[in-house]
Design a protein around this ligand. Structure first.
Ligand code: DC
Length: 233
């Protein structure tokens, strides 16, 4: 059977990763969370004093960027893939608010994007991959056979993210989650390098009023249709 590339883009907390994991699990494909890679760079700059008074020390980051080792490894404890930075499992740390607040300092930097896009393209070289992010259908895999663009109303997204963080035991209030999501939407769509845009050939799914299961069925229908078509080519 032909293996394809599935690109899932959209705003923060739109259920992209839930859908990507469901599709990858169902199809036996590899799931790659591209946002985790930007989060790993953000963690690095926070931990290494490359952010001062909310400003990124870009020259300092440029000196170490080439040497940053970001990869994914199966974690036998959770049974899931975990993000590794320079030989250390950072899956927990990169999900916190501290990293969320700093990630849009590093994600607009063209050199950071160039490095991570290259890595992402290498991860997807063999196809059979589901990758989620902001520029997957437009920049990383412009020839992906399936491109989905996820949306949901901002208040729905904030509630989802708040519950997710609470479930993980984070000390967080809804107002700061709303503020963080609004700020990241603005940063993601207005940055000069590879801003978040819907690819012209992407199919939009608004999941504000549907369950994760309904969303999965919808997306799987789209994927199966494409698989049937490429199988005949
Ligand atoms: O998907 P996420 O919220 O974990 O992503 C974290 C940040 O990384 C987000 O604010 C935007 C950025 N990002 C990006 O610029 N390009 C991607 N392909 C994925 C994420």
């Amino acid at each position: 059977m032909n293996r394809i590339t599935i690109a899932i883009d959209g705003f923060s907390s739109c259920g992209k990763s839930t859908l990507a994991k469901q599709l990858a699990g169902h199809l036996g494909y590899t799931y790659i969370d591209s946002g985790a890679m930007y989060r790993a760079v953000a963690l690095y700059v926070v931990e290494n004093a490359l952010v001062r008074d909310g400003t990124l020390d870009k020259a300092g980051l440029m000196q170490v960027l080439d040497g940053l080792d970001i990869c994914f490894q199966h974690d036998p404890m959770t049974g899931r893939s975990a993000t590794w930075l320079n030989g250390r499992n950072v899956e927990q740390e990169i999900r916190g608010m501290e990293v969320s607040r700093h990630v849009t300092l590093v994600s607009p930097v063209p050199e950071v994007r160039a490095k991570l896009v290259k890595l992402q393209q290498a991860f997807g070289k063999e196809r059979g991959v589901v990758m989620d992010g902001r520029d997957i259908g437009t920049v990383v895999f412009p020839h992906a056979e399936v491109k989905l663009f996820m949306t949901a109303r901002p208040e729905v997204r904030a509630q989802r993210r708040y519950h997710e963080l609470k479930l993980k035991g984070a000390e967080v209030d809804l107002a700061s989650v709303v503020e963080n999501i609004a700020q990241r939407d603005l940063d993601d769509t207005t940055r000069a390098a590879d801003p978040l845009t819907k690819a012209t050939d992407a199919i939009e799914i608004d999941n504000s009023d549907i369950t994760a299961e309904e969303q999965f069925v919808k997306a799987l229908d789209i994927v199966l249709e494409v698989l049937a078509r490429v199988g005949q080519e």
